[in-house]
Write a protein that binds this ligand. Structure first.
Ligand code: CA
Length: 247
C-alpha cells in the first residue's frame, strides 16, 4: 500500500454489508466511507473525491444506475465496482453502457471483492498518463506505435501485425502500453502481473508467460526466436522495438 491510501466510497443502503466492506477495506489499508443513499453518495463523491466507488444497484431514492449516470457525466475515469443482487443484474447494466468497470453479484466472496478493488485501482493508476513515473519515461502516452512490421493503434485497439489484423483486449493494451513506454527496460513478471491482472498471485507466473506467448504470436516474425518481446532469464521480459537488446 502506498503512503497515500486510496479513498473508496461505498454507496450501499444495507448498513451491515456496507460496514463489513468498510472494515475490510480499512484492514487492507484503504480509507473508506459509506453512503446509505444515492443522494448522499453523490454528495460524498463531490466533496471527498474518492479513487474508487463501490455502488449498489438497488438503492432507495436515486438508484445505483442513475447515480452512475450522473457520475459519468462529469468523470469518465473513476473506477466503479457495481454490486448487484442476481435478479437485478440484467442487461440494463451492459445495455446502458454507463461505464461500469466491474460488477459482483450478491452474495459475493470477500476475497474476490478485495481483489477486484485492488485490480480496478491498479488499472486506473496505469491508465493515467502520469502514472508510474519511476518506470515510464517522460512524455505523453503514444496513441500509436510502430515497430518492425507491426503497428498498434491504442485508440481503436487494433493492430496490424505479423499475425494479420487483430483486435486487442483491454488487458493486452495495458501491458503493451507498459512495454511501449519502457523500451529496453526489464520488466519483472511481478510488475507485469500487477499491471495486467491487478495483483500478484503467489503460484503462477505461467500466466504472464502464457500471455507473452500470445503477444509473440501477434508481433514476432518468428515467435520461437523473439526479437521484440524478449525473455530475460530470472528477471522477466524486455521490449526492444528496434529488435536489438540494449545494454
Ligand atoms: Ca440495496
Amino acid at each position: 500500500m502506498s503512503a497515500d491510501p486510496k479513498r473508496i466510497l461505498i454507496i450501499e443502503d444495507e448498513a451491515h454489508i456496507a460496514e463489513g466492506l468498510r472494515l475490510n477495506l480499512q484492514l487492507q489499508g484503504y480509507r473508506a466511507r459509506i453512503a446509505l443513499t444515492g443522494a448522499d453518495g453523490l454528495q460524498q463523491w463531490e466533496q471527498w473525491s474518492p479513487d474508487l466507488i463501490v455502488l449498489d444497484v438497488m438503492l432507495p431514492g436515486i438508484d445505483g444506475l442513475s447515480v452512475l449516470e450522473r457520475i459519468r457525466l462529469r468523470d469518465e475515469r473513476i473506477p466503479v465496482l457495481i454490486l448487484s443482487a442476481k435478479s437485478s443484474l440484467d442487461d440494463r447494466i451492459k445495455g446502458l453502457a454507463l461505464g461500469v468497470d466491474d460488477y459482483l453479484t450478491k452474495p459475493f466472496n470477500l476475497d474476490e471483492f478485495l481483489l477486484r478493488v485492488e485490480r480496478l485501482l491498479t488499472r486506473a493508476a496505469w491508465s493515467r498518463p502520469d502514472a508510474a513515473a519511476d518506470l515510464q519515461p517522460p512524455g505523453t502516452l503514444p496513441t500509436e506505435v510502430a515497430f518492425g512490421p507491426n503497428h498498434i493503434d491504442f485508440n481503436s485497439a487494433r493492430a496490424r501485425c505479423c499475425a494479420g489484423e487483430v483486435t486487442l483486449t483491454e488487458q493486452e493494451l495495458l501491458l503493451l502500453r507498459l512495454f511501449v513506454n519502457n523500451p529496453g527496460r526489464p520488466l519483472s513478471r511481478d510488475k507485469l502481473q500487477e499491471v495486467g491482472w491487478g495483483y500478484a498471485p503467489r503460484t503462477s507466473s505461467r500466466t504472464v508467460d502464457n500471455f507473452i506467448v500470445r503477444l509473440r504470436k501477434y508481433f514476432e516474425p518468428n515467435p520461437k526466436q523473439p526479437v521484440y518481446f524478449r525473455s530475460l532469464r530470472a528477471v522477466g521480459y524486455v521490449f526492444t522495438p528496434d529488435g536489438k537488446l540494449e545494454k
